[in-house]
Design a protein around this ligand. Structure first.
Ligand code: AP5
Ligand code: MG
Ligand code: ZN
Length: 215
C-alpha cells in the first residue's frame, strides 16, 4: 500500500506510523527522522537543515525532494511506503507525483490526521523522543521506565524544536505552507480525514479501518 500520513506537528503521525509499519510490514519514511539523523551525524546536509529546523521553519524543497527520491528508490519500498512528514508544500507534492509515476507506484491514499491546536501544543511540549524514532508523552504515553525507551533501552531526550516558541512557529509554517495540500489531495480524490483527537489506540483503529481496503 502506498500511503501519506498527513497532519500538523504533534498530530501523531510518527506514533501511528511506527505501529502501522509493523502491522502492514511496510517501511515508515519520516523526513523529520532522516533530517535529525543527519543533524546528529553532523553531515553537511544536517548542518544546513538544523538552521531551519531549530527555528520551526521548513527546510528548502530541493533538499527534501532529493532525500525522498533516493529513499523511495530503495528496495524495501517495492511493497509499498508510508510517508510521514512529506510532502509539506505544493512543489514537494508535485515532485512526489513525478517520482512515483517514474517508478509506477502511485499514491493510493492520504490520511489527514486532524487535532485542535491547543492539544498539539500540549502533546509536543510533553513529548520525549528516542534516537530509534520512538516517541513518548510524559502523560499520555509514558515509557515503562521514566526517561528510557521501551523498545531499545536508550535514554530519551526532548527535541530542540519542542520548545514552546518553536512549536508555535512550526504551527505557523504548517498553516502557511502545508495546509493547502489538504485541498490539493481532496481534489485528487485521495484524501481521507481521521479524527486525531482520541486515544492513540482509537486513532489506530480508525486508520486500520481505512487502510485494510488497500491491502
Ligand atoms: P517532523 O519531524 O516531521 O515534525 P512535525 O511534522 O513537526 O511533526 P512531529 O514529529 O512533531 O509530530 P507527529 O505528528 O509525528 O507526532 P508524534 O507522533 O510524535 O519535522 C521536523 C522539522 O523537520 C520540520 O519543522 C522541518 O524543519 C523539517 N522537515 C521535515 N520534513 C520536511 C519537509 N518535507 N519539508 C521541509 N522541512 C521538513 O506525537 C506527538 C506527541 O503526542 C508524542 O508525545 C506522542 O506520544 C503524543 N501523542 C500521539 N498521539 C496521541 C494521542 N492520540 N493522544 C495523546 N497523545 C498522543
Ligand atoms: Mg514525527
Ligand atoms: Zn528507542
Amino acid at each position: 500500500m502506498n500511503v501519506v500520513l498527513f497532519g500538523p506537528p504533534g498530530a501523531g503521525k510518527g506514533t501511528q506510523a511506527k505501529e502501522l509499519s509493523k502491522h502492514y510490514d511496510i517501511p515508515h519514511i519520516s523526513t523529520g527522522d532522516i533530517l535529525r539523523a543527519n543533524v546528529a551525524e553532523g553531515t553537511d546536509l544536517g548542518k544546513k537543515a538544523a538552521e531551519y529546523m531549530n527555528k520551526g521553519e521548513l527546510v528548502p524543497d530541493e533538499v527534501l525532494i532529493g532525500i525522498i527520491k533516493n529513499r523511495i528508490a530503495e528496495p524495501d519500498c517495492k511493497s509499498g511506503y508510508l510517508l510521514d512528514g512529506y510532502p509539506r508544500t505544493v512543489p514537494q507534492a508535485d515532485a512526489l507525483s513525478d517520482i512515483l509515476k517514474d517508478i509506477n507506484m502511485p499514491l493510493e491514499v492520504v490520511l489527514n490526521i486532524a487535532v485542535p491546536d491547543e492539544e498539539l501544543v500540549i502533546r509536543l511540549a510533553g513529548r520525549y523522543s528516542c534516537k530509534c524514532g520512538e516517541s513518548y508523552h510524559i502523560k499520555f504515553n509514558p515509557p515503562k521506565e521514566a526517561g528510557i525507551c521501551d523498545v531499545c533501552g536508550k535514554e530519551l531526550y526532548q527535541r530542540d524544536d519542542d520548545k514552546e516558541e518553536v512549536i508555535r512557529q512550526r504551527l505557523v509554517s504548517y498553516k502557511r505552507n502545508t495546509q493547502p495540500l489538504i485541498d490539493y489531495y481532496e481534489k485528487a480524490g485521495l484524501l481521507v480525514n481521521i479524527e486525531g483527537a482520541g486515544e492513540i489506540d482509537e486513532v489506530f483503529g480508525q486508520i486500520i479501518n481505512v487502510l485494510d481496503q488497500y491491502k
